[in-house]
Design a protein around this ligand. Structure first.
Ligand SMILES: [Zn+2]
Ligand SMILES: [Zn+2]
Length: 243
């Protein structure tokens, strides 16, 4: 059941360890392989999310093999933004051990603020040197100044995600995500299309998010996960692939 889209990596997924997701690491990897993906990132919620992993989980991720069943695995986190300055719920000593650090706004970890507050939270997180980008920036629960975040992300060399799960679990996301995508095109902000799978069968589900890329006419090479080389270069781990 190979995907027909030009996407080779799913860089935002959750396993059982997140507390409200339902598959094991091995199940996620096997599904990634079945769908023809070359790279899978494991990005559990940070510890401020009720029921998610203890700090020790993030400190021990090196036990997960770099390549497993033909899939290149990135060890990561979807850190929670915990204030309107954009601070996240993992300290640098944990973040520095991970390949990929997303930051996202989640209602159990921070009350939705005003547009100004939410925008400040995202721009603050984008300026954190460990953070690679923002997950589901089009979440209608946390309205933001879309142009500003696309501009700041571009300036910082960070990514904005188009999250395929948003269309199921974050009602009203499509128009906001499309608006963000238009600004990403204008400012040449790097875009990443992810499943945000919370169960193995959703790994590599990108269909609706990809529609947004097409509608906004974002060129394929502006989407990070259209090439394994681009992904591994972005995260400075290309040597692990060649060796
Ligand atoms: Zn999230
Ligand atoms: Zn997520």
């Amino acid at each position: 059941m190979k995907t027909d889209l030009p996407l080779v990596a799913d860089l935002h997924t959750h396993t059982l360890a997140s507390g409200h997701a339902y598959s094991t690491v091995q199940e996620m990897i096997l599904t990634a392989r079945e769908k023809g993906l070359e790279v899978l990132a494991l990005t559990e919620h940070g510890p401020a999310m009720p029921g998610s992993c203890h700090l020790y989980y993030f400190g021990n991720m090196r036990v997960i093999p770099r390549q497993w069943n033909g899939v290149f695995v990135l060890r990561g986190v979807e850190a929670n933004i915990i204030d309107y300055q954009g601070n996240v719920d993992l300290k640098p000593r944990y973040l520095k051990k991970l390949d990929i650090v997303w930051a996202g706004l989640h209602a159990p970890c921070l009350e939705p603020g005003t547009v100004e507050e939410n925008t400040a939270a995202l721009t603050g997180a984008l300026c954190n040197p460990f953070v690679c980008g923002i997950t589901h920036p089009g979440n209608p629960k946390f309205p933001v100044d879309e142009e500003k975040i696309a501009e700041v992300a571009a300036r910082e060399g960070k990514m904005l995600e188009i999250n395929n799960s948003s269309f199921l679990v974050r009602e009203g996301s499509f128009d906001r995500c499309l608006q963000i995508a238009h600004f990403c095109r204008r400012y040449k902000t790097i875009v990443c299309v992810n499943s945000d799978a919370h169960i193995a069968r959703d790994v590599g589900n990108f269909q609706q998010a990809w529609q947004i890329v097409q509608q906004a006419q974002i060129p394929e090479d502006q989407v990070l996960n259209t090439s394994m080389e681009k992904v591994l270069s972005f995260f400075n781990i290309i040597d692990d692939w060649i060796n």
